[in-house]
Ligand binder design. Sequence first.
Ligand SMILES: Cc1cc2nc3c(=O)[nH]c(=O)nc-3n(C[C@H](O)[C@H](O)[C@H](O)COP(=O)(O)OP(=O)(O)OC[C@H]3O[C@@H](n4cnc5c(N)ncnc54)[C@H](O)[C@@H]3O)c2cc1C
Length: 298
Amino acid sequence: MIETLSVRDLQGEFKADEPMARHTSWRVGGPADRFYRPADIDDLSHFLASLSEEEPVHWIGLGSNLLIRDGGVRGTVIATHRFLTDMARLGETNVRVEAGVACAKLARQCVRWGLGSAEFFAGIPGTVGGALAMNAGAFGGETWRHVIAVEVIDHHGERHWRLPGEYEIGYRSVVGPGAEWFLVAELRFAPDEAASTKAIRDLLARRKATQPIGEPSCGSVFRNPPGDYAARLIEAAGLKGYRIGGAVVSDKHANFIINAGDATAADIEQLIQHIRNTVAAQHGVQLQPEVRILGEAA
Ligand SMILES: Cc1cc2nc3c(=O)[nH]c(=O)nc-3n(C[C@H](O)[C@H](O)[C@H](O)COP(=O)(O)OP(=O)(O)OC[C@H]3O[C@@H](n4cnc5c(N)ncnc54)[C@H](O)[C@@H]3O)c2cc1C
């Protein structure tokens, strides 16, 4: 709970019982008890410092890798998109980018600056903060390969800088030293006069040809197991088009679950479990979800 501030003292946008379906790419999810979009970093620091020690705090970027259950989220959700939005070039190769910047915007700006190897960010429909939390990657590129340093904030609103060596970085996995969240990243890219928006357009076209872009999903639901592809295993198990309630395994890409219009989070979670059971029974492989699951059942 908020202990030392009244709602009137807040400069950002505070909402109680905010439906999280408005903030996730699957368009499902019950209400967050408290939802806050800070005005700026100082406002965020004050807000965090005003919370009681026991208040659970969750962060959301663009909600493109989150399954929020139908009963919603207890505690406070901090939203970064549309607030941490600055981006600047530092010297020849480095970029300072705030956590709420959309990855696609970072990719396009790097092209304008003549910096290469950032194009892969164009196809990731999340924020830089989400990409740092997930070590998001595509087409051979991966977020943390470019990180020089990150600025983080903790539950007390205290900020400090950290280096990549302080994190365990893996495939779609980042384990940090404590309960803290990303505010800013300093990233390094290679100077590349040939960097072009055509490369981005080609990459997006390749995605559109193979993935159900434009339909509500969270991208790949499962991590690829070592030496194989989750999509191949799911398709071989005959699950393309399999449906539970409003949740359907995509016909275009078997590692995508689509909200066909009226799915609940429970439909999606049951389908995730059904896929795991079926693939384990048929192939002997335990698929691990890439998507983060949060909140309480209805
Ligand atoms: C159509 C589609 C295609 C996709 N393709 C890819 C792909 O090619 N490669 C890929 O890697 N992913 C892909 N994704 C998944 C998703 O876009 C990425 O995981 C992305 O990095 C999530 O960013 P977000 O801002 O949406 O994070 P959210 O979904 O909002 O959050 C994801 C996690 O990050 C945490 N988080 C968010 N912001 C912060 C922060 N500032 N500090 C600390 N933690 C934070 C959240 O608490 C949560 O645990 C795809 C998703 C969709 C819908």
